[in-house]
Design a protein around this ligand. Sequence first.
Ligand code: KG4
Ligand code: ZN
Length: 338
Amino acid sequence: MKDIIILGIETSCDETSAAVVVNGKKVLSNVISSQIDIHKQYGGVVPEIASRKHVELIIPVIDQAIKDSGIDIKEIDAVGVTYGPGLVGALLVGLSAAKGLAFSMNKPLIGVHHIEGHISANYVEHEELKPPFVCLVASGGHSHIVLVQDYSKFKILGQTRDDAAGEAFDKIARAIGLGYPGGPLIDKAAKSGRKDAIAFPRVYFKDSLDFSFSGLKTAVLNYLNSQQQKGSTYSVEDVSASFQSAVVDVLVHNTIQAATDHGVDKVALAGGVASNSELRKSMKESAGEKGLKVYYPSPVLCTDNAAMIACAAYFEFLKGNVSSFDLNAEPGLKLAER
Ligand code: KG4
Ligand code: ZN
C-alpha cells in the first residue's frame, strides 16, 4: 500500500506546532514552538496573547516542519488539524492555515479532536498497541478516562467534575512559588520530598470513575495558610510530594478500575500529566499487579504537539472521515458520549 503522508497542525492552546507523519507512525518532523516563556510572567495562558503569537508563528512553523521532513509539500496526502476543544482564537489560527493549505493543494482537510490526538500519540511509538484499551488523558485542560473501542470510537468512562489534573498541578505550583507550568516543577521538587509528610484528601465517588481535585487544592491552600498563620515554614518538597501522591493515587485507582470493569488488558496514558514520573511508576506497579500492560508516549509527545494530530488524522483518513471546508473551531467539542 502507498504511504500516507499527513501534515498535522496544532494551535489549541499555547503551542504552535506542525508535523509531518507517515502512516500515523513515522514522524519525519515535529516542530513545536512553545509560548511558555511569554505566558509564564502572567502565571498562566492569556488567550488573546496566545492567538496573536499563533498568527506570527504558524507559517514559519509549518515551513520548518516541511523543511525538516525532507519531503516536498506536494507529497502530502492530507492536512490534519485540531478544531477543538481549546481556545477559540488559538484554534482558528491553525484551522485557517490548514484550510488554506489543503484548499490550495487540493488535498483533504481532516479536523481532529484534540483529545483523540493525545490518545493517538501512543500509537507513534508502540506498534503493538491496538484498541480496545483504556486511556487516561490528563492535561492542563482535561482529565478523562476513555474507553478506546476503536481508532476513532470512544466512550467516556470518567471525567473531572471541576479542575483538570494539570490545572491542579499548575495552581499548587503557583501557590508554593514554583512558577508555571507547575507539573514538571512539582514532579522535580517531589523527588526530594516525602509523600506521606502531609495527609491530603483523595476523592473517590461511589459508582462513578469521575475525578474531583478542587477539594484537594483547597486542602493544600489551607495547609499553606495555617503554616503561615502559625509563623511556621513548610517544605516545598514535602508539599509537592504529598500533593502529587494524592493526585496520582486517584488517577491510578480509577484508571485500573475502568480497565478491570471493561475487561481490557491494556492501559495507556496521554496528555501533559502523562509525563509525570510518579504517575508512570505508580500506574506500572498497580497495573502489573492486575496483569495489565501500560503504555505512554515520550514526554515530547505527551504535551501538545502536531505529530499526535497527524497520527489521529491518519486513522480518520483511513476511515474516509474528511472534513468540509466550512469546518469551524469548536472550543467545547466533546470527544464522545458517556
Ligand atoms: O497536554 P498539555 O500540553 O496541554 C493541554 O492540552 O492542556 O498539558 C499541559 C499540562 C500542564 O498543566 C502541565 O503542568 C502538565 O501538563 N504537566 C505535568 C508534567 N508535565 C506537564 N504535570 C505533572 N507532571 C509533569 N511532569
Ligand atoms: Zn493537550
